[in-house]
Write a new protein. Structure first.
Length: 616
């Protein structure tokens, strides 16, 4: 055995193996980096790596059987011992090995220690650390000849994300956070850290007529290693099979324990009408963009979709989703128009989606919200609870549920749902806003020692991730007022004006209120009758007078237009024990809801038709 090892060393077999391993590794890294740039099909990289591995055995055989001599390559058996230059060759190979290892070390160290360029960093998620089976789907790049298929490439990315969400044990970053990196060139390690995932799926879409080329690649976020890639050259009619293939390939590569059965179809909401599907993707893009014109155009497209394919559930559920926000984008408040009819139309669309796909969580949550708007609290909250049960990690569902439940007294439950929404999609302003104002309202119910500080931290994130979101400012303004911090409240309101979110003339009313607050409660009481709804809200927060608060709420309770019960925002124990407040709780159906669903943690039944609510 020793003789064999000595001969292997003499013939430089070990050195050749080391050189081949180093050079082969470097070639693979070049292939991984370069081939996707040229949109090479996924099999090209696989064949390239396979050839490198196959070449290893050939190199070892040649190292044993042949020797380099001054006359060229000759069989080792024919080289006399005195003619051999194997030692000199060995020293040259040693130099190659050292140079290759040095290059490998430089690449690894440079990759790890390369400083971020100023302005290229991304916000970090404090909710998750990368690890486990987790993935973010970045928006696919539109490489179509005319560059006019962005809605289609975005839609494909979103559809793949929706499929991956259904896989048990796989954590998928939310759409909004993932799409916040659209058009950017951030480092994958930063993206993975910000989104709390250890894998990233990215790709491109090239569409010309009915021809599609979709390239997808799964990359490990901590080191940029390409785990899997594939290119699909198909007809547009095969789009659902492509989505299914990509989702199952990602699941297979990430873990064997994800619970995905062999051959299981993940894409359920199919349509055979390619035109309808394209219109649906365009409508979804407009829905996410918001704005009244966009919503109106999206509705027209979706009615075309559902006319062409009445059994396409996502078309119906998106119609319902539009009607849950439609009133908020009307030019005046209360909105002019038949909002009762809008709500009924949205409910009908949601019910149709649920009939076609009973597991469509978004249809359930939209139906729930629309029912709550119309005062059917028991059925509405039941639908919302069903949505959370179906999609416990869907941030849209969780955030919508939190927003509704906090208005019906379930503040502690709302906080827990809002936290989960932020965890699932950590870069979304509205989710931080919801967590902020629910924490400010009900933080003590979950044992928070300094709920206001936690609330203001979340609202600061809402302003950071959504500088155009007015609520991030106004809810922080109200939080400061609730705490009696007048200077901070004024500064926050002024910041909203400076950002162009509130008219400049509103500052005069706020300054008048703050001046009265500095003079004392009599001055505030004198100002109250002359104040509009928003200033009255702020004054009552400062006064903490139950009778005056109830008086200010009376006009709100009496109006026909109402989106949700106005009962808890101004709360104090004095208000919650006021006979008129308890009467309104019964009238608006909240007591019936509590009896049906269960009382909030801070309320309890007293006898057959009475109750008691106490905080702190």
């Amino acid at each position: 055995m020793n003789e064999i090892f000595r001969e292997l060393r003499r013939r430089n077999v070990f050195r050749v193996a080391a050189v081949y391993a180093v050079v082969g590794w470097l070639l693979i890294q070049v292939g991984v980096a370069v081939l996707p740039t040229f949109e090479a099909p996924g099999w090209v990289l696989k064949v390239f790596i396979a050839l490198i591995f196959a070449g290893f055995a050939i190199a070892i055989v040649f190292a044993w059987a042949f020797e380099v001599t001054p006359e060229g390559m000759r069989p080792t058996a024919k080289v006399a011992e005195g003619e051999s230059i194997a030692p000199q060759t060995g020293r040259k190979l040693d130099m190659v090995i050292l140079a290759g290892l040095a290059l490998v070390a430089v690449m690894i160290i440079g990759d790890r220690l390369m400083p971020e360029k100023p302005g290229q960093g991304v916000a970090r998620s404090e909710t998750h650390a990368p690890g486990g089976a987790s993935v973010a789907v970045l928006p696919f790049i539109d490489l179509s000849p005319d560059g006019d298929q962005e809605y289609f490439s975005d839609g494909i990315s979103e559809e793949i994300l929706n499929v991956l969400v259904r896989i048990p044990q796989l954590k998928v970053a939310g759409r909004t956070s993932s799409f916040s990196f659209k058009g950017k060139n951030d480092d994958l390690r930063d993206i993975g850290t910000a989104l709390g995932v250890d894998h990233v799926l990215e790709g491109s879409v090239r569409k010309s007529g009915t021809k599609l080329r979709i390239t997808a690649q799964l990359i490990r976020s901590d080191d940029g290693f390409h785990i899997w890639s594939e290119t699909y050259d198909r007809e547009l009619t095969d789009i659902f099979n492509i989505q299914d293939d990509i989702a199952k390939s990602v699941a297979s590569e990430l873990a064997l324990s994800l619970g995905l059965k062999s051959g299981e179809t993940l894409v359920r909401e199919r349509t055979d009408d390619v035109v309808a599907y394209e219109k649906y993707l365009k409508a979804r893009q407009l829905y996410f963009a918001r704005g009244l014109d966009n919503l109106d155009t999206a509705l027209l497209l979706l009615y075309e979709v559902t006319a062409r394919d009445p059994d396409f559930a996502p078309g119906w559920s998106t119609i319902a989703g539009i009607y849950t926000v439609y009133e908020s984008y009307q030019p005046v408040y209360p909105p002019q128009g038949n909002y009762h009819q809008w709500r009924a139309t949205g409910q009908a669309a949601a019910r149709r989606a649920i009939v076609l796909d009973p597991d469509n969580a978004e249809a359930h949550v939209y139906l729930g919200a629309l029912l709550v708007f119309e005062g059917d609290l028991i059925a509405g909250v039941a639908a919302i609870d069903k949505a959370v049960e179906l999609a416990p990690e869907n941030p849209n569902v969780l955030d919508a549920a939190a927003q509704e439940l906090v208005t019906m007294g379930y503040g502690d439950e709302a906080i827990m749902l809002a936290r989960r929404a932020v965890a699932a999609d950590p870069l979304v302003a509205i989710y931080h806003n919801t967590l902020g104002y629910t924490t400010d309202d009900s933080g003590e119910l979950v044992g928070m020692a300094d709920a206001q500080a936690a609330a203001l931290e979340e609202l600061a994130k809402a302003r950071e991730y959504g500088p155009d979101l007015q609520y991030g400012y106004t809810n922080a303004y109200l939080a400061y007022l609730r705490a009696g911090k007048l200077d901070e409240a004024r500064a926050m309101f002024k910041a909203a004006i400076d950002a162009g979110l509130i008219p400049q003339q509103a500052m005069e009313k706020v300054d008048e209120m703050i001046a009265a607050a500095r003079q004392g409660k009599p001055a505030l009481r004198a100002l109250l009758p002359k104040s509009g709804a928003q200033v009255s809200l702020a004054i009552n927060m400062l006064l903490q007078d139950a009778d005056l608060t109830i008086a200010s709420l009376e006009p709100v309770w009496k109006q026909d237009y109402q989106v949700e019960p106005a009962l808890f925002l101004l709360g104090s124990n004095e208000v919650y024990q006021h006979p008129r407040w308890k009467e309104e709780v019964r009238k608006q159906g909240i007591l019936a809801l509590w009896k049906s669903r269960g009382f909030p943690s801070w309320c309890k039944p007293v006898g057959a038709d009475d109750f008691e609510c106490t905080r702190g």
